[in-house]
Design a protein around this ligand. Structure first.
Ligand code: ATR
Length: 291
């Protein structure tokens, strides 16, 4: 890869940021598209976030992605916030405009829908009732995005009922959809009549217990999705597949949420394909031992 003095600049802001796979992905796309550009990790402590954001356009950056713990704080540090990001209460992508202005977006939910569109192109017409497990940041992004996409009913099931109730309150009555919070103990029964089930909890992730969920009540036509992607085939997805459900893995959301940012700083829309998926699944390169 050649990086000239005119290279397009972008990066990911986080604290810590060492675990981020975004540099791997965006630099793969820069190289694949033959672009003179570079995407760097930007480890920035919370107390330094405001001056860093003011400096970013002045240093020639075209934008950045934002990861933990900065997603909420970024709302107050950009010049304009896209309405969906404002509703979700978190920014994961900042684009620098021509005059150096900063606009914040949240592309997590749209990334999930883009992947869903690819895996199950008919889902929009076929989905009335969505069951979301979890009420954290990912659930918030998906809930707002699903409602914006026009689903009719959204059931939120979370272990801590207060968090699900808070999300329902946040979702408000700004749309015609029925939105309800259900207790965690009701999760098996909540699947009745669902067209789409999405796990946004960390259950099923490497090192975490599997999600204890009986799929018996889930209609045979329902699609089952997980946002966990380590492992790619979670116990939930394996069981759903065994029962004949169409399944959607979590890797697609990770890849597709990056598309709007790269389209801006790369100047071309990147393709999410099998090679991109393989890249993200490859084990990290081992650090050389000292001495
Ligand atoms: P993210 O921002 O990635 O969504 P998060 O805010 O930590 O992450 O949310 C994690 C979700 O997984 C939460 O809904 C959490 O439930 P609580 O709100 O009750 O904490 C859920 N979760 C994590 N471990 C769980 C477990 N053992 N059983 C049930 N839900 C669990």
């Amino acid at each position: 890869m050649t990086i000239s003095g005119k290279a397009r600049l972008a990066g990911v802001l986080g604290w810590p940021v060492g675990h981020s796979k975004s540099p791997l992905l965006h630099n793969f796309w820069f190289e694949r598209h033959g672009l003179d550009g570079v995407y760097v990790p930007l480890p920035v402590a919370p107390e330094d976030l405001a001056p860093v954001m003011r400096a970013l356009p002045r240093m020639g950056f075209l934008g950045c992605n934002v990861t933990l713990p900065h997603k909420a704080a970024m709302l107050d540090l950009v010049d304009a916030v896209d309405p969906l990001a404002a509703a979700i209460g978190a920014v994961n992508t900042v684009l620098v405009g021509d005059a150096g202005s900063l606009t914040g977006y949240n592309t997590d939910g749209l990334g999930f829908l883009a992947h869903l569109d690819g895996c199950a192109p008919d889902w929009r017409a076929a989905t009335r009732r969505v069951v979301l497990l979890g009420a954290g940041g990912a659930a918030r992004a998906l809930a707002f995005t699903f409602l914006a996409a026009g689903i009719h009913e959204l059931a939120l099931v979370n272990r801590t009922p207060e968090r699900a109730a808070a999300l329902v309150a946040r979702l408000g009555d700004q749309n015609d959809a029925a939105v309800l919070a259900l207790p965690w103990a009701e999760r098996h029964r909540a699947l009745e009549g669902a067209d789409l089930l999405v796990n946004t909890t960390s259950l099923g992730m490497v090192g975490q217990p599997a999600l204890d969920l009986d799929l018996a009540a889930l209609p045979a036509t329902a699609i089952v999705a997980d946002i966990v992607y380590t492992p790619l085939s979670t116990p939930l997805l394996s069981e759903a597949r065994r029962r004949g459900h169409r399944t959607v893995d979590g890797l697609g959301m990770l890849l597709h949420q990056a598309v709007p940012g790269f389209t801006h700083w790369g100047g071309t829309r990147p393709v999410v394909d099998e090679a991109t998926r393989r890249l993200m699944l490859a084990p990290p390169v081992a650090e050389p031992k000292a001495g």
